[in-house]
Every structure is written in C-alpha cells, then in structure tokens.
Design a protein around this ligand. Structure first.
Ligand code: GLC
Length: 396
C-alpha cells in the first residue's frame, strides 16, 4: 500500500527518543493508521540500542550531494516489529551511525549538524521522489526537517514533489537550526530568486523557512502558537504574517504505552482500580532504588537538564525546602548540562534520605517514577505542551 502520510523527524519512540518529540512521532502515526490512513515515519539510522537490535529490508539506495562531496545512503524499512506504522530509517554512513541522537554521551554537540540535517532531508526527498504514487502529505517536525518544504517547492532536483502538500509542526521553537550563508553551497541547487525564503537575519534559518514554505504550520498546543507570536527569538513577526496557515493543536499521549494497568515497565501494575495499592507498592520500589524514605512525600523531576525545563532552578528550590526543615524527598532523573549533573551528584551526598538522582535517560525508570511519586516537579521556563504532566496524571 502506498504511503499517504509520511512523517519526517529526528526522533521516533521507541527507536530513538530524547524527549517529547520522539513520543509524539512514535504515537501519532499509529492513531492515524487506526483512523484509516496509511502513515509511515522516517528518521535517521542512529546507533541506538533499539536500532542496533532490529532487522531491516532495504527499500531504496541513492546518493546525496553536499557541495563537492557525494554521500551514498540507503533507506531501510524496519522488519519484524509491529509498531502500528511503517518505520523507515535513512542509513547515512559517517553522519548518523553514532550512539547519541544530537550529541555524544557527555552532552556535547557533534559539530556537523548542518551536514547531518541536510543529508537526511535530501536522502528522504530522493527516496520519496522515486515513489510511484506520491504521498498525500509530507509532515515535517522541528527545524531538523525544516528545509524540506523549501526544497520540494524550489529545487528542480525534486520537481516531481512540487505539488505535494507539506505540514510543519513546531515542538520547540527555541531551536531553529540557523546556519551561516557560508555553508549555503551545501544545499541542492535552487532558483536564486527564492533565496529570500531561506534567509532570516542574514542566516539560513530552517525554522523560518519552513514557516514560510510549508502549506500548513502547527504548534503542539494552541497556547504555544500565541506565545511564539510574542517570543520566538526573532521570528515573532513571521508568525504574525503567516497567521492564516498556522494552527495550534494540542498534543495527546499514547494511552496504550502509558497504561498503568498494562505497563510492562512497572514493578506493580494497577489492579482492580486499587490506586492506593498501586502508588504505595511502586513507591516502595523507588525507596529501594533511591536513598529516600517512604513516609516522606516524593517530588520528582523527569526531563533534560536544560534551562528551558527549569532544571537550573531545582538546586535552589530543593535547598530552600530542606533547610527550612520540611520533611520531603526529591528525585531527579535526566541528563544534559554536565555542570548541573555534577551539582545534583553533590547534593545527593549532602542530603542523604532527602535528595537523590539518576543522571541518565532511562525510559523504564521514568515510568516507575511516574507510578511511585506523589508529585511531579515541573518548573519549565518554556513548555510548548509538556507530556510529563499528562503521564503523571495518568499514573495517579
Ligand atoms: C517538545 C516540547 C514539549 C512537547 C514535545 C512534544 O519536546 O518541549 O513540550 O511535549 O516537544 O510535542
């Protein structure tokens, strides 16, 4: 069956996830399929554990040109796993065959982001260009795929896709992927008169370009669209000009993956609606794993250790609470800023029985924490449409 809707993204749960983007890209297609469309997802082929342990069938082979360099690639379909949608990966040796998605395990960026994103987007378009039946929609997510709406319209190489509608969804407008015109030669050939559709403040800005070139732009909540019109690191006017094609659509969660009665990640599942038993037994498991006490209310932070998520506020808040003599516990789960991570490790030594942390991305443990915690602590400065509060409510 031909692919009708193709989602193009940097993350897709369970294959490759850093945050909520991965969750949404791993869930929405499943429900679109259930609603009767044929939806596929394509992401880069990283060296994540999940992607390393699956089998593939090659569906396309080609070459992208980055200025003077020819980069061979293959598009492969994941076989032997029913995700509820077809998952495809772009295997681009030398660019994505690394364990981290955006950076190494220490949280440092890779430095060739522009080449990585461009080669991925071009590889996907070469593949789609060869489809016998063109998709009804190309759905791009965040700046990593933001140049696709421009390329399908203005690059002769992809002329066959000119009339394919594009949707661009903004999960995080703070990362726009802007890069210098000095790297402009890496782009595929386009008609020079369209140069302005790439430019924002004298740089090539994939987010801005997508807002101009996509047929429709969506944000992950209606409120976030309003916020972007007021604060979007310089794109405010663009959001106002393009208002007519923008819509805020509230995210949802995958209630099959996040089901307290079925969740295989949990030590104790919800039985016969016994929420007290569910919370208590799961909290007991956390008290074994972490240095915290069951008789104290447990506040948990789960997320990337970055400013947007307010992770830098945590140390001050925790210290204020604990020094004022309140008998509560805190647990932090996440990775990111190495300085913050160090600070959390020191706090753990300083407040035994009150504060503990696990500096990592750990999907299984995050489920256990939602199930066993009393409160979710979510001090985000920017939260387009957090999923954590939804997971927390679903887990009582
Ligand atoms: C980004 C946003 C988050 C949202 C997620 C999925 O990670 O920061 O608020 O839930 O995308 O759309």
């Amino acid at each position: 069956m031909p692919i009708e809707i193709l989602h193009i993204a940097a993350e897709c749960y369970p294959a490759a996830k850093v945050g909520g983007l991965g969750d949404v890209v791993g869930a929405l297609p499943k429900y679109l399929n259930a609603a009767g469309s044929n939806t596929g997802v394509v992401i880069p082929k990283y060296r994540t554990k999940w992607l390393e342990s699956h089998c593939y069938e090659e569906v396309f082979r080609g070459t992208v040109r980055l200025h003077a360099r020819l980069v061979p690639f293959a598009i492969e379909r994941v076989v032997g796993e029913d995700l509820g949608f077809g998952l495809y990966v772009a295997d681009i040796p030398g660019r994505f065959d690394r364990p981290g998605i955006y950076g190494d395990t220490e949280g440092r960026g890779y430095g060739d982001e522009v080449e990585r994103n461009l080669s991925f987007q071009m590889a996907v378009l070469h593949w789609v260009h060869a489809f016998e039946e063109k998709p009804a929609v190309l759905h791009c997510h965040d700046h990593h795929t933001g140049l696709i709406p421009f390329m399908v319209r203005n690059c002769p190489e992809f002329a066959g896709l000119k009339d394919v509608p594009t949707v661009f969804t903004i999960h995080n407008g703070m990362y726009q992927g802007a890069f210098s015109w000095r790297k402009g030669d890496l782009l595929p050939f386009y008609y020079a008169s369209f140069r302005g559709l790439l430019d924002w403040s004298d740089a090539i800005n994939p987010m801005a370009s997508a807002i101009r070139c996509a047929w429709r732009v969506t944000t992950v909540s209606p409120g976030y669209l309003g916020e972007l019109r007021e604060h979007s690191l310089g794109l405010e006017n663009l959001f106002r000009w393009e208002e007519a094609k923008c819509r805020g659509i509230l995210n949802g969660i995958d209630s099959e993956v996040w089901d307290p009665a079925q969740d295989r990640f949990l030590a104790h599942r919800l039985e016969d609606g016994d929420w007290n038993g569910f919370k208590k037994s799961n909290k007991a498991v956390l008290c074994e794993r972490f240095d915290i006490r069951p008789d104290r209310p447990l506040f948990t932070f789960i997320g990337r250790l970055v400013r947007e998520k307010g992770a830098d506020i945590i140390p001050e808040v925790v210290k204020n609470y604990l020094y004022s003599g309140r008998e509560i516990c805190f647990v932090v789960l996440g990775s990111g800023d190495p300085h913050l991570a160090d600070l959390f490790r020191r706090m753990k030594a300083h407040f035994p029985g009150f504060f503990d942390c696990s500096i990592e991305y750990n999907e299984q443990l995050s489920h256990q924490l939602y199930a066993g915690s009393d409160f979710l602590f979510m001090p985000s400065r920017v939260e387009p449409c957090g999923l954590n509060q939804l997971y927390a409510m679903r887990y009582g």
